[in-house]
Design a protein around this ligand. Structure first.
Ligand code: DQA
Length: 139
C-alpha cells in the first residue's frame, strides 16, 4: 500500500511554531515514529510552502498511490487550485488538521478540500495523521 503525507505552508516549523496549538514535536520525528509503527505501508512525505508545488505532487501521486493524507494548512481555506486538483485525480484524499479548525477563527471553517475528500480528521494533534493512515488500511 502506497500512501503519501503532504504538508502545506508553515508545517515545516512544527516543533517551534505556536506550540500551544501545534505541540512540541517536529514533523520529521513524528514521521519516523509512523514509519516504524506502520512498516508494512510504503509511506512517503512531502512538504512545501508553495501552492503550485503542492498541486504538482498531488497530480504526480494522484493516479497510482492508494491514499493521500493532505494537510494543506492555510491553503485549505483559500486554494481553489488545490480543490480542483483533488477533483481531477483518482487517489482518495483524507484532509487532516492538527488543530480543531472549527474551534478557531471563522476563516478556518471553510475548506476547498473537504467537498471532494474521502473524509476529514481535525483536532487530534499529530495523531490526526495516524488516524488518517489507519483509515486507508484494510484491517
Ligand atoms: C492547520 C490549520 C490551518 O488553519 C492552519 O493554517 C495551519 C495548520 C492544522 O493542522 O491545524 O497551518 O492545517
Amino acid at each position: 500500500m502506497k500512501i503519501i503525507i503532504i504538508n502545506g505552508p508553515n508545517l515545516n516549523l512544527l516543533g517551534k511554531r505556536e506550540p500551544s496549538i501545534y505541540g512540541n514535536q517536529t514533523f520529521e520525528e513524528y514521521y519516523q515514529e509512523l514509519k516504524n509503527k506502520y512498516s508494512e505501508v510504503e509511506l512517503q512525505y512531502f512538504q512545501s510552502n508553495i501552492e503550485g508545488e503542492i498541486i504538482d505532487i498531488i497530480q504526480k501521486t494522484g493516479f497510482d498511490y492508494d491514499g493521500i493524507i493532505l494537510n494543506a494548512a492555510a491553503y485549505t481555506h483559500t486554494s481553489v487550485g488545490i480543490g480542483d486538483v483533488i477533483k481531477a485525480i483518482q487517489t482518495p484524499v483524507v484532509e487532516v488538521h492538527i488543530s480543531n479548525v472549527y474551534k478557531r477563527e471563522e476563516v478556518r471553517h471553510t475548506s476547498f478540500i473537504a467537498p471532494n475528500a474521502k473524509g476529514v480528521i481535525a483536532g487530534f494533534g499529530m495523531k490526526s495523521y495516524e488516524l488518517a493512515l489507519v483509515s486507508f488500511l484494510k484491517n
